[in-house]
Ligand binder design. Structure first.
Ligand code: AVJ
Length: 321
C-alpha cells in the first residue's frame, strides 16, 4: 500500500474544502479577491509551464540565465555538503542548475502536490545517483518538519521564480520568518525576485499576444465549475492585467462583461458589469526594497546577482541570530 495515501488523502480533502470555503468567501466580499494558489490544478500548472516559454514572459529565462552564469559565485557561498530545501518545488529545471554547479549533499523539495513531487524526485534520483532526494509533501507557507536525515546538515533554502511576489508584503515577511524558523540559525536562503522595470515590459509579460495568460487566469473559473459545481459563463468575463505603480505590483483580474448572477456551492453571487475578481498580485521589488524586507524578517543580505538589464535578481540571505 502506498504509505503516502492516507496523508495525501487528508491533504486532498483539506485542500478541497479549503478551496470551497475560500471561493465562497471570495465571492461574498467586495472587492472580490481569490488566492493565486488556486490557479495551479493540473491544467493550470501546464498553462504556467507554457507561460514560462512565452517571448513576453521574461522572468523564468532571465533567472535561469543568472543561475547559469553565476553558478560558481553561488557555489562559493554554499556550505559544503549542504542540504538544499526548495519551497514550492515545481519543475526541477532551476534546481538542476544548482545541483550541477554546487556541492549539495541532499535535496528536499517541498510541495503540496504529492504525486507531481514524487515523480520529479524519482527523475532526480536517476540523474543524481549520489544525491539524497527527500521530498516533503506539505504546504510550504505553513510550518513543516524537515526530514530527519538532513537535521545535522548545513541548510540552504531555495525559493526561485519570484513566487514571493504573490504574497502581500506582510505575508512575504511572515513567510521569510517561517522559513528562518524552519531552516535554523546558520541557514542560507537563495531567492529569486522580479525587479521593477519599464511598465510596457511588465504589461506585455502578463498580457501576452497568444492569450495564454488569459487562459491561465480564466482557468480558476473552469476549476470552480468542475470542482464546486459552479456555472460561470467564461465568455461573460475578460482577463485584465495592469501595473499598479503605487503598490509596485501587477494585478490580475477577471472582469464581468455584464451584470450577472453566478451559482456556486448552491449559493448565488451577483456581479455588476465591470466588477472584478482580483485573482493575483505580483509584487516587483528594487534590490534595496527587497533587502529591507529581508532585514525585517530575520535575514541579512549577503550577495545579490542580476542580469545585465537588471530585469530579475537572485539574492543570497544569511539567517540572523
Ligand atoms: C509564478 C507567481 C512568479 O507572478 O509572474 C505568471 C505567475 N502569473 N503569469 C508571476 C504568473 C501570470 C508568476 N509567479
Amino acid at each position: 500500500m502506498n504509505v503516502h495515501a492516507p496523508l495525501a488523502l487528508s491533504l486532498l480533502n483539506a485542500s478541497a474544502s479549503a478551496f470551497a470555503a475560500d471561493v465562497a468567501e471570495a465571492l461574498s466580499q467586495h472587492p472580490k479577491k481569490l488566492s493565486p494558489k488556486y490557479f495551479y490544478d493540473e491544467a493550470g500548472s501546464e498553462l504556467f509551464e507554457q507561460i514560462t516559454r512565452l517571448p513576453e514572459y521574461y522572468p523564468t529565462r532571465t533567472e535561469l540565465g543568472i543561475l547559469r552564469s553565476r553558478g560558481k559565485d553561488i557555489n562559493a557561498i554554499i556550505p559544503k555538503n549542504a542540504a538544499l530545501i526548495e519551497f514550492g518545488a515545481g519543475a526541477t529545471t532551476k534546481v538542476r542548475l544548482l545541483l550541477d554547479e554546487c556541492d549539495v549533499g541532499a535535496y528536499a523539495p517541498v510541495d503540496i502536490s504529492g504525486d507531481f513531487l514524487q515523480a520529479q524526485a524519482a527523475e532526480l534520483r536517476k540523474d543524481f545517483p549520489g544525491l539524497k532526494v527527500l521530498p516533503v509533501n506539505a504546504d510550504f507557507t505553513a510550518p513543516f518538519d524537515l526530514p530527519g536525515d538532513i537535521r545535522m546538515m548545513p541548510k540552504v533554502g531555495f525559493f526561485p521564480g519570484s513566487t514571493l511576489g504573490n504574497f502581500e508584503p506582510h505575508e512575504a515577511c511572515a513567510f521569510l520568518r517561517s522559513a528562518r524558523a524552519i531552516l535554523g540559525k546558520d541557514a542560507l536562503m537563495l531567492i529569486g525576485i522580479d525587479l521593477e522595470k519599464d511598465e510596457k515590459l511588465l504589461h506585455a509579460a502578463y498580457n501576452d499576444a497568444a492569450g495564454v495568460t488569459g487562459k491561465f487566469n480564466m482557468n480558476v473559473l473552469v476549476r470552480i465549475n468542475r470542482e464546486l459545481g459552479g456555472d460561470f459563463d467564461l465568455s461573460a468575463f475578460t482577463h485584465r492585467a495592469i501595473y499598479n505603480k503605487e503598490r509596485h505590483r501587477i494585478e490580475m483580474h477577471l472582469i464581468a462583461r455584464k451584470p450577472q448572477t453566478v451559482h456556486v456551492l448552491g449559493r448565488s453571487f451577483a456581479f455588476r458589469a465591470g466588477e472584478s475578481i482580483h485573482t493575483e498580485s505580483s509584487y516587483k521589488y528594487s534590490i534595496e526594497r527587497f533587502a529591507a524586507l529581508a532585514r525585517g524578517s530575520g535575514w541579512e543580505p549577503k550577495a545579490s546577482w542580476t542580469d545585465a538589464d537588471k530585469h530579475f535578481s537572485v539574492h543570497a540571505l544569511m539567517a540572523v541570530e
